[in-house]
Design a binder for this molecule. Structure first.
Ligand SMILES: Nc1nc2c(ncn2[C@@H]2O[C@H](COP(=O)(O)OP(=O)(O)OP(=O)(O)O)[C@@H](O)[C@H]2O)c(=O)[nH]1
Ligand SMILES: [Mg+2]
Length: 612
């Protein structure tokens, strides 16, 4: 029994301030040298996290408060990365449930709290951002009690400590307005409110591996928690494989966490978090135990994926120009590598030998994977996201989401209409009296594909949109597809300003002049329902007119360059997004104008109707 360790995870809805609070905790614990420059949200260490300002991967850190070591897992709040939170909860003895004092509990707050209650982890509720001018702290606390009750919390669980914080300035209060000037009340609440880890340092070794890391120097690194016994550097231990086999291995190096560093250790006793080098072949969810006397821990299970996308090799005419990895073999080995560290992803073979079906929790999760791959030098094509359909007792089921939209009152009508057309049903509407309303819908997950962009347009960028998986419902049949067709290049060549100028009334263009296109590439959105083949390479006929006055006539409306997520949202069933390290293009699946099915949507719909 170790008295001097506490293990906590910080959980919350996206952007409620988890990583900022960890910053403040690290600063105040004296982990950093006084003159050490520290960036904001230092735990969001990978490039994509910094660019997007969100946490994608759960990460460990540790600090000392007096003589107590506090191991902290910072988790992502975006629902697509819920798998990270589920794993983090396996490592800890309690959670800080953070809630924005103005936004209040949102779908992911519900999700993470539900998981924490199910794991019987004690909670400390932290109302953050109390400095916001629109903070409604008391009302939000009521909503949190309501949420606990709604999730069938026991009397004991309802008796949680509450703290009020400003994570940006690093202040925590026991009571609003008390004279606290730092985070001491929070540290004290963690030490007194979260139990010390159980386990016997002399007992049988049990380590659960919840994360993997890789270093060029040390190879694969397993990160996990020692639940029982003691790890000794250099000793022989067994990996309890998911298959039930115990595979012997040698512990080369052990590390514990301290701030952003890892300290080498000779021994790590139960209760602590550890990073272990030398355990080749271990996978997330497996455990490490004694070879002589194995006592494997339950393997980790997490929620199933709900969304799938086909990844295939780039077989377009411009393939291989930008990327280093373009073959089926490259794609397969990269995806297999992803499986090692990303447990909420699955990979299946698709119909053709050079494609794979990648299953995940949401569009953002898959977009992050694609973005990471293109930065590593991969080229690939990805298809339209589709939801995962299940069959249970002979019935076809599809996933449903709880969708929460917060927007100014003026947009209620248009939002309801957009969501209604995607089979969303209003479950609840609350008017906070601030000019904004909060609406809750239940909607098939399919209905969310492309919805975000649409709602932002509908509400002129003012809507806050949050959704979360909410169980399985009977499959509702075909859903309306993208209402517009594509403008499709009918021949290869560089685009010209003259040709684009002639086309811009037809719809919205995705490319500007001087861009190399190929037959079958999508250059814009048609304002009509059908696809339209267009020539974007047309040159103006030479005339005797002076060039300058001729060019004056060409005024191009700025085109809409789609980023990866927008491109994924845009494409229809018969289209691909082409991703290379340098460019994102959209294209038809069938490039050849003569071979391309003309009325693809109707053909598909009639296939749906034919009983197989
Ligand atoms: N006014 C105010 N802003 C805060 C406070 N805490 C965090 N923020 C801001 O809220 C934004 C989100 O903070 P993060 O720490 O990235 O939130 P997070 O919960 O880690 O977000 P995810 O990991 O992506 O779920 C940042 O712009 C912070 O500066 C606070 O107490 N007051
Ligand atoms: Mg974060």
């Amino acid at each position: 029994m170790s008295q001097s360790i506490r293990n906590i995870a910080i959980i919350a809805h996206v952007d409620h301030g988890k990583t900022t609070l960890v910053d403040a905790m690290l600063r105040q614990s004296g982990i950093f040298r006084a003159n050490q420059a520290m960036v904001d949200r230092v735990m969001d260490s990978n490039d994509l996290e910094r660019e997007r300002g969100i946490t994608i991967l759960a990460k460990n850190t540790a600090l000392f408060f007096h003589d107590t070591k506090i191991n902290i897992v910072d988790t992502p709040g975006h629902s697509d990365f819920g798998g990270e939170v589920e794993r983090a909860l396996r490592m800890v003895d309690g959670v800080l449930l953070l809630v924005d004092a103005s936004e209040g509990p949102l779908p992911q707050t519900r999700y993470v709290l539900q998981k924490a209650l199910a794991a019987k982890l004690p909670q400390i509720v932290v109302l953050n951002k109390i400095d916001r001018s629109d903070a409604r702290t008391a009302a939000v606390l009521d909503e949190i009690y309501g949420l606990f009750i709604d999730l069938d919390a026991t009397e004991d669980q309802l008796d949680f400590p509450v703290l009020y914080t400003n994570a940006k300035t690093g202040v925590a209060h026991r009571k609003l307005g008390d004279d606290s000037g730092d985070l001491r009340p929070l540290f004290e609440a963690i030490v007194s409110g979260i139990p010390a880890p159980a386990g016997d340092p002399d007992g049988v070794l049990q380590v659960q591996v919840t994360n993997l890391d890789y270093s060029d120097f040390l190879g694969r690194i397993a990160i996990g928690r020692v639940f029982n016994g003691t790890l000794h550097r250099g000793s022989e231990v067994g990996i309890a494989k998911l298959s039930g086999v115990i595979q012997p291995t040698h512990l080369t190096k052990l590390f514990t966490f301290r701030g952003l560093e890892r300290d080498e250790a000779e021994t790590v006793i139960c209760g602590d978090m550890v990073a272990i080098a030398g355990v080749e072949g271990i996978q997330i969810g497996e455990s490490i135990t004694s070879i002589e006397n194995p006592a494997p821990l339950e393997p980790l299970t997490i929620d199933e994926p709900t969304l799938a996308m086909v990844f295939t090799i780039n077989n377009g005419p411009l393939s291989g120009r930008d990327g280093n990895f373009v073959t089926t073999r490259d794609l397969r080995s990269r995806l297999q590598k992803e499986l090692l560290t990303n447990v909420s992803i699955r990979i299946e073979d698709a119909e053709s030998v050079d494609s794979f079906r990648v299953l995940g929790r949401g569009e953002l999760q898959l977009a992050i994977l694609i973005e990471t791959m293109r930065r590593e030098g991969y080229e690939l094509l990805v298809g339209k996201p589709e939801i995962v359909v299940r069959t249970e007792h002979g019935k076809k089921l599809e996933p449903q989401e709880l969708l929460v939209i917060d927007c100014p009152e003026a947009f209620i009508g248009i939002v309801m209409e957009s969501i209604g057309s995607r089979r969303g049903e209003l479950a609840k509407m609350v008017n906070h009296g601030s000019g904004r309303v909060r609406m809750e819908f239940r909607i098939p997950s399919r209905g969310l594909i492309g919805l975000r962009g649409q709602l932002l347009t509908d509400t002129r960028g003012t809507a806050l949109i949050h959704s979360i998986f909410d169980g399985w419902i009977p499959y509702g049949g075909e859903m309306a597809l993208r209402p517009t067709g594509a403008l499709v290049a009918d021949r290869p060549g560089p685009s010209t300003a003259f040709a684009l100028w002639g086309l811009q009334e037809r719809g919205e263009l995705f490319i500007g002049p001087g861009i190399e296109v190929y037959e079958g590439m999508i250059v814009g959105e048609n304002s009509r329902e059908a696809d339209m083949d267009v020539n974007v390479t047309k040159e103006k006929k030479q005339t005797n007119m002076r060039a300058s006055s001729a060019d004056e006539a060409i005024r191009l409306i700025p085109h809409r360059a789609l980023n990866l997520e927008q491109a994924i949202e845009f494409i229809a069933d018969d289209e691909f997004v082409e991703v290379t390290p340098k460019i994102i293009r959209l294209r038809k699946k069938v490039l050849d104008i003569k071979k391309r099915p003309r009325r693809w949507q109707q053909i598909r719909a009639s296939q749906e109707l034919t009983p197989s």
